[in-house]
Each structure stands twice: as C-alpha cells, then as structure tokens.
Design a protein around this ligand. Sequence first.
Ligand SMILES: Cc1cc2nc3c(=O)[nH]c(=O)nc-3n(C[C@H](O)[C@H](O)[C@H](O)COP(=O)(O)OP(=O)(O)OC[C@H]3O[C@@H](n4cnc5c(N)ncnc54)[C@H](O)[C@@H]3O)c2cc1C
Length: 318
Amino acid sequence: MRTQTLTPPNHSASDDSTLQRWLSQPRHASLPSRSRELPAPALSFEFFPPRTEALETQLWACIRRLEPLAPRFVSVTYGAGGTTQERTHTTVTRLATETAMRPAAHLTCVGASRDEVNAVAERYYAAGVRHIVALRGDMPGGDAYEPHPDGYAYAADLVDGLRRIGDFEISVAAYPETHPTAISPEADLDNLKRKLDAGATRAITNYFFETDIYLRFLDRCHAAGITAPIVPGIMPVSNFAQAAKFSAMCGASVPSWLAHMFEGTENDVETRRMVGAVVAAEQVRLLQANGVDEFHIYTLNRPDLTYTIAHILGVRPG
Ligand SMILES: Cc1cc2nc3c(=O)[nH]c(=O)nc-3n(C[C@H](O)[C@H](O)[C@H](O)COP(=O)(O)OP(=O)(O)OC[C@H]3O[C@@H](n4cnc5c(N)ncnc54)[C@H](O)[C@@H]3O)c2cc1C
C-alpha cells in the first residue's frame, strides 16, 4: 500500500517532529484517577527511633501531624544489628499507649540468638503490641551476612518462631527489583512465598521509582500463586544525593530522569521539596490509577511530603 504524506503550507522541520511525535507516541489526555466515591486507600507510615532528644521532638511532631489521617498501622524500624532495640521498644510502646494508632515493631534476626529475639517479641506481646514486621536484617558495617549460630537464620524462620510465641499479625519485606544478595529473582520470589506460607499476612516492598517495576513484580507474585497483599513502599525524596546513596545499598535502581529532576537543586531546599512532592504525587497517582489501594510510606520522621501524598491519594483528616 502506498502512503501519502500531507505537507501543510509553511511546514518546517520542527513541525515535522511534532507531528511525528503526535502520530507515533502514546498519548494520555489525563492521568486517570479513581473516583471520589471509591473508598480512600489504606495507608501505613514508617518511622525510625530517635537518637537524640531533638530528634525525638521532631518524631513526635511528625506523629501528631499524621495521626489524624488514621493510618491502618504505623511501624518503627529496628537499627542495623539490633542496635536500637531499646529505642524501638520505647517508641512502639509509647505509640500504643499515647496515640490512637496501632503500632508495628520491626524485628530482625541478625546478631542475636533465638532466645534473645523471642524475649524481645514476648516483651512486645506483654505490652499489647500485636504486629511485627519480621526481617532478617543486615550485618553492621556492611559485612556479608552470617546467621547467628543459635539464631533464626532468615526472615522465614523468624516468622515461624513468632507464630509459636503469640497471635501476632506479621508483615515481611519484598523486593520488586530482587534482594541484592539473592541467587536469582526466582529464588527471591520463592523466599517471599516461604515467608507468607510460614504465617505472614502481608508483604511491604522496598521502595522503587519506576511504577512499572512494581506492577511487573505484582504480575510475577500472582503467577507464583501469592495472594497476600504486596503493599508498595513509597519513599518521598527531597534529598536526592542521600537517596541515591541509600538506593545503591538496598538494591533500588535510580532512573536518570530522577537525577535530572533534582539537578541544580542541591542548594535550594524549597525547590527540592517541591520536586520531591511532584515526583511522589505522580508515582502514587499512577499506582492508584492501576488499582493499588494500599500504600506504606517511609516518612523519614518528616510529615510534610507524607501528608501531601496522603492528601493526593484522597486520605484526609477525620
Ligand atoms: C519494608 C522493609 C522494612 C525494613 N526494615 C528494616 C529494619 O527495621 N531494620 C533493618 O535492619 N533492616 C530493615 N530492612 C532491610 C532488611 O533487613 C534487609 O533488606 C535484609 O538484607 C533482608 O531482610 P529480609 O527480611 O528481606 O530477609 P530474608 O527474607 O531472610 O532474605 C534475605 C536474603 O536471603 C535470601 N534467602 C532467604 N532464605 C534463604 C535460604 N534459606 N538460603 C539462602 N538464601 C536465602 C533471600 O532470597 C534474600 O536474598 C527493611 C526492608 C524492607 C523492605
């Protein structure tokens, strides 16, 4: 078949490329959003235990700002190698007694015997804390992982141990881009399945910046017979250099468009924060348009970006 090119009068080369783009590239009139009538998504927020009094004040200001959003739960991390055991415990029990929110305590296997880990879990149970985020953890100093000789070797073993201690709700970690030390993506998916089969009821993902990475991972989870919720972990970025450094360690790829977004904002905190809000907003809207209705937000103990994301997702105070 012969094709005919229509050339309008006074047509220039740049018009040509505009026309070519219009004819050949995908077009989206608008980002589809879920309707106002649908229930707002369920949110959970992650905090880290404060190291100083000033950071504690900052954390509690953050908690009080986010509390009216009624998250499904809030979780508190456990420092590498269990270094924050006491501070995590204090923060979690304070959340349980002084707020209306349900706290979840992160707990890791690394550097402790089963008895020691069980004792921490039993203490939570006695304090009325019923949700644990069960993790293997990493060796302090970035050394290659070595299970403790008397310890839980992997997160799946910890899930199994926790089930024997009490009726905990258990969440585990998932890696849309595969855990950095996994033998293969398939082995990593098998591991996720083992953790869920051992009694975890939800997986929370490591953060990712390309929405497609999460959606393809979800496809693979479903194909592997996983039916538990795989809640996307959302990392709002306002300090690109720091986020890039951390991403290299935890196996989250950083797309070049993200670097480009933050280029030139190194000494401009206000613009950086606004760019961060726009990037996160685009990501959550795209996920929501794809039917995702649960989100776990890494707050970094700062409320503003998290509050903005919640608002855009349709989650409002009260
Ligand atoms: C949502 C979330 C929250 C986190 N919170 C914390 C925290 O509070 N504190 C902290 O220190 N870290 C935290 N981490 C980081 C986490 O501890 C590290 O990523 C750690 O390296 C892996 O933990 P895991 O629970 O995923 O391990 P696992 O599920 O045990 O897997 C670890 C690796 O071992 C492999 N593996 C599993 N079982 C076996 C086996 N039997 N034989 C051989 N290989 C096996 C897996 O494929 C994977 O590569 C968090 C991560 C996420 C995603």
